[in-house]
Design a protein around this ligand. Structure first.
Ligand code: HAM
Length: 421
């Protein structure tokens, strides 16, 4: 019988990798808290209508990529392809937007039936932050500053910021007509995907990477020249805050997003080290989404989501040390030493040291080999000789330092000193 494999585009995280994930997640939790964002958790499954109404029926996500099925009650359900729609639904449903402003964050798996490739998966993970109830550009800048701090904390330098403004709905409608008037006579020169988008979502043609389409776009009208005055002021405000905060950015007039709910500011952080799927973080304003989902009053909102697989890849590409492994490996040379070894290991753990105790048999050589592979800094060796003398042998594994012997009652203190030096 053939062994069962995971579903294409859905990844397992193996122990060596998990340590990077934990590091990313703990930095995110800490930094979201540092900016006053509070966690929310929402279901992986939602009614299909939630995504159709928010992301937009003509977007690639809704038209082609959703995991949708009819459940046993006959309801159409969808595995969430992103978190913003659910976050807005959650806030509305629980009255969180009623005379209140909210800074929220979430983290978890999302699902899109895309063509898998490096950095693009069918199950992937996003961490997102969403701010509801503020309409000024200061909160947009705050979210961008938060992302900049995330890169700094993780030691990631290879991400650059692109920003743009999409204007309000009326400005986009007017621009859409201008763009259609320009592109329609040139339809034959566009790539097949862009030809299809001409009929569904023409603004998305702007971020086509296809050389022929890019050539056609050189003389296309720019959205920037058709923005409403409020959006222009808002965007200038955002750029001013970024300048003040010393966060470098590039204005990319072709930056449009793949989801329909955006208005005004949009932004992306892109890394050149990830191949074609280089966007590690993306977001923007969605001032009309809450009303679209049934809210009685408009709730201005802005947020971002970062792709954890891409972030983890950036970390593993850098010369960041793998944070996995233990501090101490306890080598147990014979059965007589096992009880003392277990007690020593527990005492070291009481002191906060990460300890792996050898289980099963094996000679000194093979146990020391395992100690080395565990990533431990030192091996603590306990055998008959040590037990009868009430001592332990400490063997440094990564430093060029001599092994030494220490009384068992002083082992924890001696190791603490060793790790400090
Ligand atoms: P998005 O651009 O669709 O936006 O996704 C955000 C990020 O999720 C991407 O920049 C990328 O890092 C990651 N991502 C998306 N699709 C995949 C995939 N198939 N495989 C791996 N990573 C992926 C949103 O989802 C919006 N909800 C962002 C937002 C929040 N806007 C406002 N608030």
């Amino acid at each position: 019988m053939a062994a069962i494999q995971a579903i294409r585009g859905m990844n397992d995280v193996l122990p060596d990798q998990a340590a990077y994930w934990q590091r990313v997640e703990s930095v995110l939790v800490e930094l979201f808290g540092l900016y006053g964002y509070r966690e929310v958790r929402f279901p992986v499954l939602e009614k299909t209508e939630l995504f159709a109404r928010s992301i937009g029926a003509d977007t690639d996500i809704v038209a082609k990529e959703m995991y949708t099925f009819i459940d046993r009650n006959g309801d159409s359900l969808t595995l969430r392809p992103e978190g913003t729609a659910s976050c807005a639904r959650l806030g509305l449903q629980h009255g969180l937007f009623h005379n209140q402003q909210q800074r929220l964050w979430y983290l978890g798996p999302m699902f899109r039936h895309e063509r898998p490739q490096r950095g693009r998966y069918r199950q992937f993970h996003q961490a997102g932050a969403e701010a509801f109830g503020w309409d000024g550009p200061d909160i947009d800048a705050e979210l961008i500053a938060l992302t900049a701090r995330i890169w700094r904390s993780l030691g990631i330098t290879a991400a650059s910021l692109q920003v743009n403004s999409l204007g309000d709905a009326a400005a986009r409608r007017a621009y859409r007509e201008r763009l259609l008037a320009y592109l329609s006579p040139l339809r034959g020169e566009l790539d097949a995907d862009s030809q299809r988008r001409l009929d569904t979502n023409p603004l998305r043609i702007l971020d086509s990477k296809h050389p022929a389409t890019q050539a056609v776009l050189v003389d296309a009208p720019l959205l920037r020249d058709h923005l409403d005055q409020d959006s222009v002021r808002h965007f200038e405000g955002l750029c001013g805050y970024l300048d003040e905060a010393g966060i470098p950015y590039e204005i990319n007039p072709r930056l449009v997003r793949g989801l329909d709910y955006y208005s005004r500011s949009v932004f992306e952080w892109v890394s050149g080290e990830l191949g074609s799927q280089g966007t590690v973080c993306a977001g923007g304003r969605y001032d009309t989404l809450v009303e679209q989902l049934g809210g009685r009053h408009p709730v201005p909102a802005v947020g971002f989501a970062l792709g954890l697989e891409r972030l983890v890849e950036l970390l593993t590409l850098g010369d960041n040390e793998n944070p996995s492994g233990v501090d101490v490996y306890v080598v147990v040379l014979d059965e007589a030493a096992r009880l003392a070894a277990t007690q020593s290991a527990e005492q070291l753990r009481d002191r906060g040291l990460r300890v792996q105790q050898h289980c099963g048999g094996g000679g000194a050589k093979s146990q020391l080999k395992r100690a080395d592979r565990s990533g431990a800094q030192v091996a603590v060796v306990l055998g008959e000789e040590e037990i009868s003398a009430g001592r332990a042998t400490v063997k440094p594994l990564r430093r060029d330092a001599p092994q030494f012997s220490v009384g068992q009652e002083k082992l924890a203190a001696a190791l603490a000193k060793f790790f400090e030096s």
